[in-house]
Design a protein around this ligand. Structure first.
Ligand code: ZN
Length: 310
């Protein structure tokens, strides 16, 4: 069993509207935009990152806003719900705030004894807030949302799968332990995690396959401490028969990608160098940052990318 995985690093989704997505994360949810860059593989599209104040792995939600893509349809083979952690007693505040902001899909639920509030993102993205006692991660304090209710980072991700057996075995290899089971959902837990140590596996044998589009998760990334840990994980996954990409430099972390059984795209990302790699911590996410290989496109991109708030 691998011991290097620390929990979720980031989750990346697709959207249609950069401005609406940016407002939703910075204003409605009160996260900090920690990076405004482009999709390194399609530089005419933004890659926007939202996180706590310091862009800590395990708190980082990222978006590719493709202006003309169709909406995704929910189904098996994807991350169905991304859940964020809030302090105990905070859900009442959020339910009221979401109603005031016109957020859809609101539903109060309980899973494994934890109260949760489901809500939908700009493109119908599946989100939830979960009350967690003593989450020690610091929230972003720049959005006018009190520390007693503010989002701490990811609580968990819920994978919707036709048959969760293969992904369960993979997560066990990655250092997760099977936990409780309820209503067809198996909770996989990484002990001593970075705070984002839960993956729920939801079996839906009769559901259709998901179709990716706006509102869909593109991939989920898991955190490792450094390059050596990433290489050890890569070697073991390769030995187990997974087709893993070479290490790719994403400027803020180093990444490898592979497809999990059941269809979800997994990434393993290093914690360093982090989002203060190319701008000061006090000004994260304000200026358009481009990787060296796309810097020559700056004049054109500054004209064509939609303007988003400061
Ligand atoms: Zn990623």
């Amino acid at each position: 069993m691998l011991t290097q995985i620390e929990g979720i690093h980031h989750i990346t989704s697709m959207a249609r509207d950069a401005q609406a997505t940016d407002r939703f994360f910075t204003e409605t949810l009160g996260l900090r935009r920690v990076k405004k860059t482009v999709n390194f593989d399609a530089p005419d599209v933004y890659h926007l990152y939202y996180a706590n104040g310091v862009g800590q792995p395990g708190t980082v939600m990222t978006y590719f806003p493709f202006p003309n893509i169709g909406h995704g349809t929910r189904g098996v083979g994807e991350v169905g719900t991304t859940a964020f952690s809030v302090p105990e007693g905070a859900l009442g505040y959020w339910a009221k705030r979401f109603e005031e902001h016109g957020v859809g899909g609101l539903a109060h639920e309980s899973r494994f004894g934890e109260p949760r509030l489901r809500f939908a993102g700009v493109d119908g993205d599946g989100f939830a807030l979960v009350e967690v006692k003593d989450d020690r991660r610091s929230p972003w304090d720049g959005a006018g949302i009190g520390e007693d209710v503010a989002i701490r980072g990811f609580h968990s991700a819920s994978l919707t799968l036709r048959d969760s057996g293969g992904t369960r075995a993979l997560l066990e290899l990655m250092g997760y332990t099977p936990g409780p089971e309820e209503d067809g959902i198996l909770r996989m837990v990484r002990q001593d995690s970075n705070g984002a140590g839960i993956i729920d596996l939801e079996s839906r044998p009769d559901a259709p396959a998901a179709r990716q589009g706006a509102g869909s998760v593109h991939h989920i990334a898991f955190a490792v401490a450094d390059d050596a840990a990433q290489l050890a994980v890569r070697q073991r996954l390769t030995e187990e028969g997974f087709q893993v990409t070479p290490v790719i430099d994403r400027d803020y972390f180093h990444a490898i990608y592979f497809r999990a059984p059941g269809g979800v795209l997994f990434e393993v990302a290093t914690n360093p160098p982090g989002f203060a790699n190319d701008e000061q911590m006090a000004h994260l996410g304000e200026a358009l940052k481009l990787p060296t290989q796309h810097e020559h496109l700056r004049a054109q991109l500054e004209k064509t990318l939609p303007e988003i708030g400061a």
